[in-house]
Design a protein around this ligand. Structure first.
Ligand SMILES: Nc1ncnc2c1ncn2[C@@H]1O[C@H](COP(=O)(O)OP(=O)(O)O)[C@@H](O)[C@H]1O
Ligand SMILES: Cc1cn([C@H]2C[C@H](O)[C@@H](COP(=O)(O)OP(=O)(O)O)O2)c(=O)[nH]c1=O
Length: 215
């Protein structure tokens, strides 16, 4: 069976992580093997880099290089082998986050990011890209309200709302350019958000329409 590469994207607090368990259950109920992972991270080396990226201040080029170094290790050791086995790879963030956070958020040159993307995601036929990207779209003010008190903010989560406006605009621009993006209105209730996720997967023929899993 052909592997399926699914990524979840959105600003911090958009509600991505709240639906990963249900996504895993949904695909498993269809008889699929699931590899669940995240970025930055997903391998011991990449998780070490994640700690540095999320805890230490650094200039945007350093940050971009570390994010892509982590991604390279992750692609080679986890994502490529899982897709070759035919797994569904559920990945909490991937390169769209780099264009949104380092590019749009921090103002780093997207042309350099595209070059790094080409090196890191080089594949025999074409660039490795997600088959579908669930984009949890939520106004930054609402995300900030949801996050207030929910968890200790990391380096990015403690950025002002203007930063997340730029990140959100970065995601919107990426989504407009790539049909693999499926926009989810993340301002709705958890149940309504999950219904949109299920509907989009069914519309794209990635799960049976009557799969029945619930968040
Ligand atoms: N649809 C929703 N409505 C209200 N609150 C939500 C909703 N989805 C998630 N939350 C809450 O918002 C916060 C951020 O959700 P989370 O899934 O951790 O976001 P992300 O992984 O995108 O950063 C959590 O406290 C979570 O319980
Ligand atoms: C993948 C990636 C994440 N990030 C940022 C976005 C998030 O603020 C942070 C970690 O993402 P995330 O795992 O969503 O955080 P949490 O576990 O706290 O929900 O890393 C980048 O800046 N660039 C990237 O390429």
């Amino acid at each position: 069976m052909k592997g399926l590469f699914l990524t979840l994207e959105g600003i911090d607090g958009a509600g991505k992580s709240s639906h990963i368990d249900a996504l895993e259950a949904l695909f498993k109920a269809q008889g699929r093997a699931v590899t669940r992972t995240r970025e930055p991270g997903g391998t011991p080396l990449a998780e070490s880099l994640r700690t540095m990226i999320l805890e230490q201040p650094m200039d945007p080029l350093t940050e971009s290089l570390l994010v892509f170094a982590a991604r390279r290790d992750h692609v080679v050791r986890v994502i490529d082998p899982a897709l070759a086995r035919g797994d569904v790879v559920l990945c909490d963030r991937f390169t769209d986050a780099t264009f949104a956070y380092q590019g749009a958020g921090r103002g780093f040159d997207p042309a350099v990011l595209s070059t790094l993307e080409a090196w890191v995601q080089a594949a025999p036929q074409a660039l490795l890209q997600p088959d579908i990207t669930l984009w949890f779209d939520l106004p930054p003010e609402t995300a900030a309200e949801r996050l207030a008190g929910a968890r200790l903010p990391d380096k990015f989560e403690s950025q002002p709302v203007e930063f997340f406006r730029r990140v959100a605009a970065g995601y919107a621009a990426r989504a407009a350019a790539a049909p693999r993006f499926a926009r989810i209105d993340a301002s709705r209730s958890r149940e309504q958000v999950w219904q949109q996720v299920e509907a989009v997967l069914a519309e794209r023929g990635l799960v049976a329409a009557d799969s029945g899993a619930r968040a």
